[in-house]
Design a protein around this ligand. Structure first.
Ligand code: PLZ
Length: 443
């Protein structure tokens, strides 16, 4: 089944069948589980999501940076079908199988640098981050973990502690895990003394705060998203990540890059660390790795990864054979279809158009991102005061017009764009036309 690559507005959005299903959702699903756009999906592929009312929406979200190779991508469908028919689960810790090993080999090969590496597989991004922290603590014999302002690392207890934003992620869910310390993020647009000072001053603050408030000798790991995701697609200035990782190396601190959102071709490289010439000690991956099936990984230096005692890492489903088959097929697709190049092509189309929008609408204060991970930050015109109301209104207008857009940011004022890397250029332009109209009607 292939989905016609065309936007179709068959009914209002959401249409009557979606409204009906949403009433069932409200009655059956815990209300804490939110919905961005309540259209109920029947099919999806390429750059299009089809709903129960026959609407076809342009996908600028990829299910939060997951379906980079497109939904129901043919290689994934085939590999998963074969695997499901062969066996669905044995538990890798009980009786192993080749798929897990092959995914570990692929991760070891694709992540930055060619030093000796090992990988371990898990089910979700949060679980990968939890395990990266376990491994770093076990390796160093230290406890403290340093995370950044605007960080997002998950919703489990430890990863809530690592995540910066209270509402909706943490509020009311404490107490949180201890030994987590937060430092300022190098956020050029909002750097108090101007973007030109951001790299140096942010690095100096990082060093002085870790030194004074944590102590290098107590610090197991520094954890950072090379481009922050939920926090608002914040791109640190060139060189910042390298300085932080070099400083970690000097002090025997494990530098962990959380590439759960940025990894697997999203930013126009296999990993965002590649662009910065950074070689993390550990990398967490998930999302784009397996074409929509739940899989996550921790990959890193063999001596660090192997410092954990036998049996210290695992989980019933970690590296499930079906998810591994999907990952291998996804990676093959990324290579065969040059999706690193596709992400760069998307940037080449979108970035100039977003920049043109920023010239047209004063409410767009900043345009940023890399590859197919791009965003605009909305403010009150003439200031940098965040404008979450306009962000919500523009996003809602896009939804009404059949374009799936997502918001982000600590202040809820970032519109982010994460199209599948296989989206056609015509759909990309059409989605951007809709965005322009949404600004015209609301800004
Ligand atoms: N690290 C960098 O982006 C997940 C969160 C959606 P899980 N981001 C989407 C939501 O509101 O729950 C993410 C991430 C980074 C970790 C995670 C966590 O990954 O697979 O959602 O656990």
């Amino acid at each position: 089944m292939t989905v016609e690559q065309k936007r179709v507005l068959a009914t209002a959005i959401p249409g009557p069948r979606s409204v009906e299903l949403h009433a069932r959702k409200t009655a059956a699903v815990a209300s804490g589980v939110g919905t961005t756009l309540p259209v109920y999906v029947t099919q999806a592929g390429g750059g299009i999501v089809v709903d129960v009312d026959g609407n076809q929406l342009i996908d600028f979200g990829s299910g939060i940076a997951v379906t980079s190779i497109g939904n129901a991508a043919p290689r994934v469908v085939e590999a998963v079908s074969e695997q499901v028919a062969a066996f669905t689960h044995t538990c890798f810790m009980v009786t192993p199988y080749e798929g897990y090993v092959a995914v570990a080999e692929a991760l070891n090969e694709l992540t930055p640098d060619d030093h000796d590496k090992r990988s371990a597989l898990f089910n979700s991004g949060a679980e990968a981050v939890e395990n990266a922290v376990k491994i770093a603590r076990s390796h160093t014999g230290r406890q403290a973990v340093v995370a950044f302002d605007h960080a997002y690392h998950g919703r489990t207890n430890l990863t809530m502690a690592l995540t910066a934003k209270s509402m909706p992620y943490k509020s009311g869910f404490g107490p949180f895990a201890s030994e987590i310390y937060r430092v300022p993020m190098a956020y050029p647009y909002r750097w108090p003394t101007g973007p030109e000072n951001c790299a140096d001053e942010a690095f100096e603050l990082f060093v002085s705060q870790v030194h004074a408030q944590v102590g290098e000798a107590n610090t197991a790991a520094v954890l950072i998203e090379p481009i922050q995701g939920e926090g608002g697609f914040i791109v640190p200035p060139a060189g910042f990540l390298k300085r932080v990782s070099d400083w970690c190396a000097e002090h025997g601190i494990v530098f962990i890059a959380d590439e759960i959102q940025t990894g697997f071709c999203r930013t126009g490289d296999w990993f965002a660390s590649d662009h910065e010439g950074v070689v993390p000690d550990l990398i967490t991956t998930a999302k784009g790795i397996a074409g929509g099936l739940p899989l996550a990984g921790v990959t890193g230096r063999a001596d660090i990864m192997d410092s954990v005692h036998g049996g210290g890492l695992g989980g019933t489903y970690g590296g499930n054979p079906v998810a591994c088959a999907a990952a291998l097929a996804s990676i093959e697709t990324m290579k065969a279809e040059n999706l690193v190049g596709a992400a760069r092509d998307i940037e080449a189309v979108m970035l100039p158009r977003l920049t043109a929008l920023a010239e047209k609408y004063d409410a767009i204060g900043d345009v940023r991102g890399r590859g197919a991970m791009l965003a605009v930050e909305l403010v009150e015109p003439g200031s940098k005061t965040p404008n979450p109301a306009l962000t919500g209104a523009v996003s809602a207008a896009c939804h009404q017009a059949g374009v799936i857009t997502l918001t982000a940011g600590t202040y809820g004022n970032v519109l982010r764009f994460l199209p599948p890397l296989v989206i056609g250029e015509a759909l990309l332009h059409e989605g951007l036309d809709v965005l322009d109209e949404a600004f015209a009607a609301n800004a």
